[in-house]
Design a protein around this ligand. Structure first.
Ligand code: ZN
Length: 330
């Protein structure tokens, strides 16, 4: 859904109340604005912590998924890494120039007025944190669904899906156009929820970490993953979302929590990973995944997404027992 890290330390010039913190901690000038350089240390630390965790996790998952692969792929790794690296870099530039300022401005705006869903109920601070955290994830669920259902958004989100294999390097591979649209979404999301900066920053960390985790090709013991999947979106669950079978692509939209898919009946877990063909059928030729093809894809005439070049449509012949839809398969 094209949301990339929002740097928490960028809040250096923002009003102190936004942090839900003691105003006296911060130097203010005559007009009451925060003096530059007085950013709360914890915000700086959290931002640094997010960066360290994301980079560290990226490296650890990259090493682990080579040792314990979940799915086997014939796609050339180096060529994919080049495309995914370049597409991710473009996405980061747009995230830094557009998404970050937009999200932080919205956060600033919302912090100055008791506006937003978390203020509808009179809740203690801890409950506001939990409620805000859950709502942020629910909004991302809807945003991901919209990216699949609105043709204009899907043109861009498709670039993420045509990767012929799925691993941690797919995690940040979003077209810069999708990242641009996500700036508008984040303004709506942050203003409508009206959560504290602490909630926003904590969710950001978990969101980024779990995005890398669920895109990874790491084989976990099935029992362990089933257990984890009760609370978070895991690699097997998200692997099904990257299947070429249409109704499987249009399932499992969750980012952090798997519960929204359960509630909205978009959950499908009973698909063995060894039977999944990763990618989008209409864009499954090696020539479709060059750097130029991926960047130009949303602006070119669209093909039938669900039909392979040989005319066949990927389908699942043995969908597995329906009573196992809510349980991961090997
Ligand atoms: Zn998707």
């Amino acid at each position: 859904m094209g949301s990339l890290p929002v740097d928490a330390s960028a809040k250096a010039g923002a009003p102190a109340h936004e942090f839900g913190f003691d105003h006296e901690l911060h130097a203010r000038d005559a007009r009451g604005t925060l003096v530059a350089g007085s950013a709360p240390r914890w915000a700086m630390r959290l931002s640094l912590l997010t960066l360290v965790i994301v980079v560290g996790l990226l490296i650890v998952l990259f090493v682990l998924e080579r040792r314990f692969p979940l799915r086997h792929s014939r796609a050339a790794l180096l060529a994919r890494l080049f495309v995914n690296g370049c597409v991710s870099l473009l996405a980061f530039v747009v995230a830094a120039l557009v998404v970050r300022p937009a999200a932080l401005h919205a956060l600033d705006w919302a912090a100055e007025r008791p506006f937003g869903l978390v203020h509808l109920l009179r809740l203690p601070a801890w409950a506001q944190f939990v409620f805000g955290f859950l709502l942020l994830d629910l909004f991302f669920y809807y945003w991901h669904r919209l990216n699949h259902q609105v043709p204009l958004l899907w043109r861009f989100h498709n670039v993420h899906h045509i990767d012929p294999a799925l691993d941690v390097s797919t995690g940040f591979r979003f077209h810069f156009g999708e990242v641009f649209f996500s700036a508008l979404f984040r303004v709506v999301q942050v203003s409508a929820i009206g959560m504290s900066f602490a909630t926003f920053a904590a969710y950001e960390l978990v969101f980024q970490a779990n995005t890398l985790f669920h895109h990874s090709n790491l084989r976990l013991p099935l029992r362990l993953e089933r257990w984890l999947n009760k609370a978070i979106v895991t690699p097997r669950m998200h692997g099904i979302h990257h299947s070429q079978v249409r109704h499987e692509t249009n399932s499992n939209y969750g980012v952090v929590f798997p519960w929204w898919d359960r509630i909205h009946r978009t959950l499908g877990l009973n698909v063995p990973q060894s039977t999944i063909e990763i990618g989008i059928a209409g864009y499954s030729l090696p020539a479709d995944n060059t750097l130029w093809s991926t960047v130009a894809l949303p602006f070119s005439r669209q093909r039938d997404y669900w039909r392979k070049p040989d005319g066949s449509i990927p389908e699942r012949r043995d969908p597995g027992p329906p009573n196992r839809r809510h349980e991961l398969a090997e």
